[in-house]
Design a protein around this ligand. Structure first.
Ligand SMILES: Cc1cc2nc3c(=O)[nH]c(=O)nc-3n(C[C@H](O)[C@H](O)[C@H](O)COP(=O)(O)OP(=O)(O)OC[C@H]3O[C@@H](n4cnc5c(N)ncnc54)[C@H](O)[C@@H]3O)c2cc1C
Length: 442
């Protein structure tokens, strides 16, 4: 009889639970929140008010884990947008040509994603969810985690025993402190903060513009030592658009009108301002500031047996890269493969599993830190890749605007189809010329 307890029933938690249900006899999810009955945001998930797109690598992993999820999302109103064929993307160097690169994104509200994924992950009755139940700490010692301390609806602490405890409590995970309480050495942590701030509003699309609206992404232009102003507009379910404006200290997007509209008009292209002026706002403007890249290197400490961490608790990248949910899905898929290889949940194997999960998140972390490290060199952790030199980056981006082969390489890396990040070493003028030369239609 093996029992697994998953702490946190968000994106990573329910996927981990679905995987563990195939390899353990009993699986319990401990979730501090109460799930809403429909596709609506909840307190424990403040980011759900903001745009959440699933990139190709994550969408494929999700479909492999829970077959039928993507068709269900599309049937419920999610949109698939090809990159760059169904998108208008203004990079720092100009507009991308509209090519079929095979990369795409899935766009809908985070609330719909969660409702559909939770429904499918927890179907079959093999997973029990304890809602309004908070994890307070771990039990055991530095060699072996034996369970978790919880509080149900603010009640007194209780201990629950488990062969495996999986931390999926997200970006604000307390697991390093909980482990320290058992005598485990410090979990090294790195934070690289570009200072980017979000402001998001949802709109009803004007008649005639709901169907077929491309995904719109306005990247910041030339840098001034901080990330510049940008915007995205994604079509979501029920003929709505989710519009996010981004900026940084001194140039943060206002969370009130008329500042929000004025900020959009001041961008490098007025397209988002023009479209939103014709649309109907639904609800207020939501700000969000906790966008730092944060990594907890659990695999670098002598972890006790019987403990694992997954999702944002391990690597939470700046949301502007749209990778977090995909890292969680790719991590859950890897967990499934590793557990199959090891013949089920074996507490002694968990440090090895943690290294596998770190490996899955690594390309995304490197990509995000290489980008944001430019704005926060003081944060750049030792051993992380240096930022791509501006000239090389600009050369690559400019060539990719018109080269389908380069755009394919770029978007396959950005949407986590290929695990390798585009590193500074890969971007040389010769490599770019040679890749562009492979275009069937240069
Ligand atoms: C503004 C913003 C925009 C984003 N946009 C994108 C995007 O476009 N694409 C993308 O892929 N990713 C995006 N992300 C990242 C994405 O939100 C996360 O990567 C994803 O939610 C990670 O899932 P998780 O399960 O690890 O954490 P969460 O989804 O945050 O879930 C954590 C869960 O743990 C519960 N919990 C926390 N503490 C406790 C406790 N002590 N006891 C019990 N339960 C607890 C919470 O209630 C919650 O349900 C964005 C993030 C932000 C902030």
């Amino acid at each position: 009889m093996t029992a697994a307890v998953v702490l946190g029933g968000g994106f990573a938690g329910v996927l981990a639970a679905a995987v563990l249900a195939r390899h353990a006899d009993e699986v319990v999810v401990v979730e501090g929140d109460r799930y809403p009955s429909g596709p609506s945001p909840r307190r424990g998930l403040p980011q759900a008010h903001h745009s959440h797109v699933l990139v190709t690598g994550g969408a494929r992993a999700l479909e492999e884990l829970l077959p039928g999820t993507l068709p269900t999302l599309y049937a419920r109103g999610a949109h698939r947008r090809g990159l760059t064929g169904d998108a208008l993307i203004l990079s720092a160097e100009g507009w991308f040509g509209r090519h079929d690169t095979g990369a795409y994104l899935v766009s809908c509200t985070r609330a719909l994603l969660d409702q559909v994924i939770r429904g499918r992950a927890l179907a079959g009755g093999r997973v029990t969810v304890w809602q309004r139940t908070r994890a307070l700490g771990l039990t055991g010692d530095a060699a072996r985690v034996t369970g978790v301390t919880i509080s149900r609806a603010g009640g007194p602490p209780e201990t629950v025993e488990a062969d495996l405890v999986v931390d999926a409590t997200g970006r604000r995970s307390q697991a390093p402190a909980w482990l320290a309480g058992l005598g485990v050495p410090e979990v090294p942590e790195a934070v690289v903060a570009s200072g980017l701030a979000y402001a998001t509003r949802i709109y009803r699309a004007p008649a005639g513009l709901a169907a077929g609206m491309p995904a719109i992404m306005i990247h910041p232009g030339a840098t001034d030592g901080r990330p510049g102003r940008g915007a995205t507009l994604f079509p979501i379910e029920d003929e709505r658009w989710v519009v996010t404006l981004t900026g940084t200290r001194g140039g943060e997007p206002p969370a009130r009108e008329p500042g929000f509209a004025a900020f959009a008009r001041g961008l490098r292209s007025p397209i988002v301002a023009v479209l939103t002026a014709a649309a109907t706002p639904l609800g207020g403007i939501r700000p969000y500031r906790d966008t730092a890249n944060r990594r907890r290197f659990f695999e670098r400490t002598p972890l006790p047996e019987g403990f694992l961490a997954i999702g944002d608790a391990v690597v939470a990248v700046n949301p502007v890269y749209s990778h977090g949910m995909s890292i969680a899905a790719l991590g859950a898929l890897r967990l499934d493969r590793e557990l199959t290889r090891h013949g089920g949940v074996k507490p002694a194997r968990t440090p090895e599993l943690q290294s596998a999960l770190a490996e899955v998140a690594d390309p995304s972390w490197r990509m995000a830190v290489a980008q944001d490290g430019r704005y926060a060199p003081e944060d750049a952790p030792p051993g992380e890749p240096a930022a791509v030199p501006r000239r090389a980056r600009s050369l690559l981006s400019r060539a990719a605007l018109t080269s389908p082969a380069l755009a394919t390489r770029l978007f396959h890396a950005q949407t986590l189809i290929t695990p390798a990040a585009i590193t500074p070493a890969a971007i040389t003028p010769a490599a770019i010329t040679s890749a562009a030369g492979q275009d069937p239609t240069p």
